[in-house]
Design a protein around this ligand. Structure first.
Ligand SMILES: Nc1ncnc2c1ncn2[C@@H]1O[C@H](COP(=O)(O)OS(=O)(=O)O)[C@@H](OP(=O)(O)O)[C@H]1O
Ligand SMILES: Nc1ncnc2c1ncn2[C@@H]1O[C@H](COP(=O)(O)OP(=O)(O)O)[C@@H](O)[C@H]1O
Length: 200
């Protein structure tokens, strides 16, 4: 990899100026959790609520990114690492553009999530652990993936044949087997309000 002839370019308009134009801060709402835990459902609710509050948002969804930007990646530990790294870099660019970016990747490895936290300024990485027991996710099985994994038709399935490392100190934990999706969404909005994330 040739990095020695690369020169970082700076431009006149700053992240802070873009944030001021939008009228709010920009940051990453990084959802992490098992397949079927509720990441996409809650992200959808959050985006709607933020949109109604006049906040500019964008969702980076794991499945959707794998259709394009990350289409050459599978589900080995190495590929997941690259998947998270690329998505983290993309999310960082969204933050620089002044937009609130919501990511909904399983992101099962603690180290990969920590790397992204290190790449952005303090307070710009809000880790949201979507907590839900494997048995509940498996019962939901909205995509039929757990069934396939149990039958041996799908390898490296998170929670079954690949690990999920629970976040140690996430900013927010939501329990989707205990509370309704609206209640979980509201909990995140409350966190953002209390911690002054909804204004500039
Ligand atoms: N083996 C295996 N394990 C887990 N998930 C699988 C697998 N194969 C396909 N899928 C589908 O891919 C979605 C997860 O992709 P991600 O990019 O979020 O995964 S990761 O963060 O790189 O671990 C995941 O989406 P969610 O169910 O929304 O989590 C599935 O739709
Ligand atoms: N409290 C809840 N929060 C989120 N999803 C819930 C909840 N209760 C039931 N569900 C259901 O669980 C499923 C979660 O699927 P999804 O949001 O696609 O999960 P993920 O993106 O983590 O794979 C959806 O069918 C949703 O309707």
């Amino acid at each position: 990899m040739q990095r020695q002839n690369i020169f970082h370019q700076s431009f006149e308009v700053t992240k802070e100026q873009r944030q001021a134009l939008h009228g709010h801060k920009s940051y990453i709402l990084w959802f992490t959790g098992l397949s079927g835990s509720g990441k996409s459902t809650i992200a959808n609710i959050i985006e709607r609520k933020l949109h109604e509050l006049g906040i500019s948002t964008y969702i980076l969804d794991g499945d959707n990114l794998r259709e394009g930007l990350n289409q050459n990646l599978g589900f080995s530990q190495e590929d997941r690492k690259e998947n998270i790294r690329r998505t983290g870099e993309l999310a960082k660019l969204f933050v620089d553009s002044g937009i609130v970016v919501i990511t909904t990747l399983i992101s099962p490895y603690a180290e990969d999530r920590k790397e992204i936290r290190k790449r952005v300024a303090k307070g710009e990485f809000i880790e949201i652990y979507v907590k839900c027991p494997l048995e509940v996710c498996e019962k939901r099985d909205t995509k039929g993936l757990y069934k396939k994994a149990r039958k041996g038709e799908l390898t490296n399935m998170t929670g079954i044949s690949a690990p999920y490392e629970v976040p140690e100190t996430p900013e927010i934990v939501i329990e989707t087997s205990q509370y309704s999706s609206e209640e979980c969404g509201q909990e995140i909005i409350n966190y953002l309000k209390i911690n002054d994330y909804l204004t500039y």
